[in-house]
Ligand binder design. Structure first.
Ligand SMILES: Nc1nc2c(ncn2[C@@H]2O[C@H](COP(=O)(O)OP(=O)(O)O)[C@@H](O)[C@H]2O)c(=O)[nH]1
Ligand SMILES: [Mg+2]
Length: 285
């Protein structure tokens, strides 16, 4: 079952504090892993990320790649690489891709050591918007269950460095950045992925919007999963056909829009409809 995530209540003061905290932590680290959701690599990034991180060596992690279309992730990796970033496709839950991430970090460490006379442990931190998998990644990298998964910002009592098996040091608390909540499209994408409260719009509308996107971008997956003849002319038509197939019917033979919406959102978030990338890289990448 997909979980509903409470939003951190972002307000200007909180945003400013977050930025300051990250700026302080940036002084101590050699590299940053920016975690994104591979299904929505635009919507799942903080709007000021480049400004906040500056020129600090950075790896962009396309996380939850198990849920994303592999062609989509390849396209995104190419696109981010064109922007000059190191990229890794990964699954912080299973650990797949972690080795690639470590290999990139070790290469960064070598470059840094070659350039500096004084050697000290290579230090990193993880940043990203809520629910992209930051805590899961910290747990995976450290090999322990220390970081709480879920969205609540942990209460930080002093910085703790976790020593990794390759000798690097990882900051135990991630930088939690605010999402692009001013961009309605990003808000909807984040809601599709369960990363902000569903209440961004009413549930039947959110479900219908998702069905519309899936009918456009992945009609075959939708047809296969819900045993449809074809996708409808409109999202509403498709939604109604799906409701009939799944028995989401109320007394009086009325469509249970609430139930079919819940169902499609849950199945999408669990990856049951298939591997889906909702945002495609710009053409030409
Ligand atoms: N399918 C899948 N789920 C993941 C992955 N990484 C994290 N999750 C799940 O996504 C949710 C949010 O993860 P969490 O690490 O708490 O994200 P955080 O808010 O960025 O710290 C949890 O339910 C995780 O189990 C992944 O690569 N694939
Ligand atoms: Mg977390």
């Amino acid at each position: 079952m997909a979980q509903t995530i409470d939003n951190i209540n972002w307000y200007p003061g909180h945003m400013k504090k977050t930025r300051e905290l990250i700026r302080e932590n940036l002084k101590m680290v050699d590299a940053v892993v920016e975690v994104t959701d591979a299904r929505i690599p635009v919507s799942s990034r903080n709007p000021l990320i480049d400004e906040i991180l500056g020129s600090k060596p950075r790896i962009i992690a396309l996380n939850k790649s198990d849920l994303a279309d592999s062609a989509g992730s390849k396209g995104w990796a190419a696109w981010f690489e064109q922007q000059g970033f190191a990229v890794v496709s990964m699954n912080a839950s299973s650990g797949s891709g972690i080795k690639d991430l470590l290999r990139i970090l070790e290469k960064m460490e070598k470059e840094k050591n070659a350039a500096s006379a004084v050697k000290r442990p290579f230090r990193l931190m993880i940043v990203g918007v809520p629910n992209v998998g930051k805590s899961s990644l910290i747990n995976r990298m450290s090999g322990r269950k220390s970081a709480k998964t879920g969205d609540k910002p942990g209460v930080t009592r002093g910085k703790q460095w976790i020593r990794l098996s390759n000798g690097m040091q990882l900051l135990d608390t991630p930088g939690i950045l605010w999402p692009k909540f001013e961009d309605p499209k990003a808000g909807v994408n984040l809601a599709f992925c369960g990363s902000i409260k569903d209440e961004i719009m009413d549930l039947p509308t959110l479900g219908m919007e998702l069905i519309g996107v899936l009918a456009d971008q992945y009609p075959d997956l939708l047809i296969a999963r819900y045993k449809l003849e074809e996708v409808g002319e409109t999202p509403l038509e498709t939604m109604e056909a799906m409701a009939m197939k799944r028995g989401c019917i109320l007394p009086g033979k009325r469509i249970d829009y609430e139930r079919i919406a819940r169902l499609v959102l849950d199945e999408f978030r669990a990856g049951k409809i298939g591997r889906i990338t909702l945002e495609q890289p710009p053409a030409g990448a």
